[in-house]
Design a protein around this ligand. Structure first.
Ligand code: PRX
Length: 652
């Protein structure tokens, strides 16, 4: 572990305002008071398996489980011996209820086209596509990659995989062909699903072209299904590429859900860690499904008449859990918008809320800060009175953004649930329960039932109350990752070795005198740019793979909108000179190697990097320089003191 990085949210910690839920909100909520929450939490903490075993009765079981939890540290098995199916729990269970003809999914494309699927209609499409997958030779345990726009077919494809026991691996459409190929290879994907192109702010994203390039380096992928989204001609490779609509035209809509073992893998989702290689986080069937359902119900307090809009991309965990699996298992209407928030104008989101009478909006602080910058007049033109609950995820929300969100978007009547969790946790871990827990802006408040957080020092012992330290989770929970795809060793080392017997999440946090948790940033070299997790080492590896670069160090610096921006320090190989043209080339190179969303904001050429005597780059110093701060703290381990002066003068 490198040095802790708390401290940047100091002003958040002085926040003393408290916002209690209104009596009307609490009266209708599932959990109505702090006392009720505390009772539930204590009950869960006293008997973790008993608590979750009871909750699991809410899923459909083809075969009941024999044992709730088998904990062979650090490997957990939940609901052992049971068989269920996630697609069944999201769709079939509703078909014998009045929800059958209710909207499961309401979608609007960026150009303004719309589609609505009832639970029955979604079931039909999922069954048909499940049959398509079977026809293409996909069966239980096969991995299917998806590189798609935010269209209903992505949801359909995910549920179709779940239906037949195939494992999906959704790759965010902002990744480059290199990144797709790396994931395809690591996951041994057999099939990939994509679209001809996608819409983004009126431009056309070359999705199929990126996949074509990736498939040159993805030896395990045999076939490719292509959805026609935009309509420009797309080259199709005979025998490998198939149009979605051709396959669907011939598919039967009868496909019973395959009973799956509780621990059968449901999906792999890659995320950044503290090394250059992305981690394939593995989630399995029953535990994930239950956790997605219960957290949706507790945190968003969803009701049958709600339209729920989680604005994340399905390519991230937030989209998996709170666009697809959570809302559909809970029988809610999930809303999906395909495009950019400023297409065609900066009020697109507010017009969608007004048009569809959205009740719950779940988004990220970076989006909120962007809207603040765009100006209130975009919001003022719209009636947002349908909203009753707001959510935030991805990074801490600063009090200024919190207050704007609360007053301007929520009309001072909607609680804000600031939800802390990770790709690895499968679902929300700490968050206000909106009818029960008074809010403090900037705090994710308290753990959900069944979740036991602790704050510990580097020796694993609890810190004194009120002090910052490593946030760990002391007991297994059903939504937890079951490992890193193909790398048990890395799973053990990354999450379970620094603090014995507890899950180390990689964040620093503090718990105040009221038992409220405050997240204080990452322990490791992971950046959080616009709510996306980026590994500094991944960016550095991309840079040094360019012939002009000898060495590179990437650090985060504070950024008004994105939270953190990427600053890189580069030393050049001999024969290369700093220039704006080279800067542009390096940016393009990172775009090609990883994807547009990782492109560094600042590239600084330097003649040397500050290192310790053992050769470790002193990132703390680079962070100070990138942020324009005075260098503070210890520099005695610096190998060459003149480097600091040179770094500063290189800037001038
Ligand atoms: O550092 C925390 C931050 O995002 C990390 C997880 O990133 P990822 O796996 O990409 O998942 C993002 C969506 C769940 C965490 O380790 N983070 C997430 N939510 C919050 C947060 N930091 C502070 N407050 C939050 N509410």
């Amino acid at each position: 572990m490198s040095e802790p990085r708390g401290g940047q949210i100091v002003n958040v910690m002085k926040e003393e305002r408290l916002f209690s839920p209104s009596p009307e909100f609490s009266a209708k909520a599932r959990i109505k008071s702090i006392e009720e929450y505390e009772r539930l939490w204590k009950e869960s903490a006293a008997d973790i398996p008993g608590f979750w075993g009871k909750m699991a009765e809410e899923l459909h079981w083809f075969k009941p489980f024999d044992k709730v939890l088998e904990w062979n540290e650090p490997f957990a098995k939940w609901f052992v011996g049971g068989q269920t199916n996630v697609s069944y729990n999201c769709l079939d269970v509703h078909l014998s209820t009045p929800r059958r003809n209710k909207a499961a999914l309401i979608w609007e494309g960026e150009p303004g086209d719309t589609r609505v699927y009832t639970y029955q209609m979604l079931h039909t499409e999922v069954c048909k596509f499940a049959n398509v997958l079977k026809k293409l030779g996909i069966g239980q345990g096969d991995v299917v990659s998806m590189y798609m726009p935010m269209v209903p077919e992505l949801v359909i494809a995910m549920l179709a995989c779940a239906r037949i026991g195939a494992i999906h691996c959704v790759i965010f459409a902002g990744f480059s062909s290199e990144a797709i190929a790396e994931r395809n290879r690591d996951a041994s994907a057999k099939l990939i699903i994509t679209a001809d192109q996608g819409w983004r702010r009126g431009a056309k994203l070359p999705l199929k072209a990126n996949v074509d390039a990736a498939l040159e380096k993805s030896p395990t992928v045999q076939k490719c299904v292509v959805l026609k989204r935009v309509g420009d001609p797309a080259p199709m490779k005979e025998g490998r590429d198939f149009w979605w609509h051709d396959l669907m035209a011939e598919a039967s809509d009868v496909c019973p859900a395959q009973p799956m073992d509780s621990e059968a893998p449901l999906f792999i989702l890659y995320t950044s860690g503290s090394t250059g290689k992305p981690k394939g986080v593995k989630h399995t069937t029953a535990g994930y499904n239950l956790y997605a359902k219960k957290t949706t119900e507790w945190v968003f307090d969803v009701r049958d008449e709600d339209v729920f809009w989680c604005t994340a991309d399905v390519g991230w965990i937030t989209g998996h859990t709170y666009i697809v699996y959570g809302p559909l298992s809970a029988g809610v209407t999930t809303f999906v918008y395909e495009g950019a928030p400023n297409a065609p104008r900066e009020d697109r989101w507010w017009s969608l809320i007004e048009k569809y009478k959205i009740n719950i909006l779940y988004t990220a602080p970076t989006a909120i800060r962007t809207f603040i910058k765009w100006g209130d007049h975009w919001v003022d033109q719209h009636d947002l009175s349908s909203l009753r609950l707001l959510g935030s995820v991805g990074e801490g929300i600063n009090p200024e953004a919190w207050m704007w969100y609360y007053e301007k978007i929520g009309g001072s009547r909607c609680p804000i649930v600031d939800t802390w969790w990770q790709t690895e946790t499968g679902g929300i871990m700490m968050s206000p329960l909106p009818g029960a827990i008074p809010l403090k802006p900037g705090s994710c408040t308290k753990p959900l039932p069944g979740i036991i957080p602790e704050i510990v020092a580097e020796d694993g012992k609890p810190v004194e109350p009120g002090h910052g330290g490593w946030l760990v989770i002391a007991k297994p929970w059903p939504g937890m990752l079951r490992g890193i795809w193909g790398d048990d060793e890395r799973y053990k080392i990354q999450y379970w070795s620094d603090v014995k017997g507890k899950y180390l999440c990689g964040d620093n946090a503090r718990c105040d005198a009221d038992g409220y948790y405050w997240i204080m940033g990452r322990i490791d070299d992971v950046l959080n740019v616009s709510g996306h997790r980026l590994s500094t080492i991944e960016i550095e590896s991309a840079l040094v793979s360019h012939e002009a670069v000898a060495e590179a160090a990437a650090v985060g610096r504070p950024h008004e909108i994105k939270g953190e921006a990427v600053a890189v320090f580069v030393t050049l190989a001999s024969g290369y000179e700093p220039s704006d043209e080279l800067r542009k080339k390096l940016r393009d190179h990172v775009r090609k190697e990883i994807g547009a969303f990782c492109v560094p904001d600042d590239i600084r050429f330097t003649t040397a990097l500050p290192k310790t005597r053992s050769g470790k780059i002193m990132r703390r110093l680079l962070r100070d320089i990138a942020a324009g701060r005075q260098t503070t703290g210890d520099t005695t381990t610096l190998e060459d003191f003149s480097v600091l002066a040179r770094l500063r003068s290189d800037e001038e």
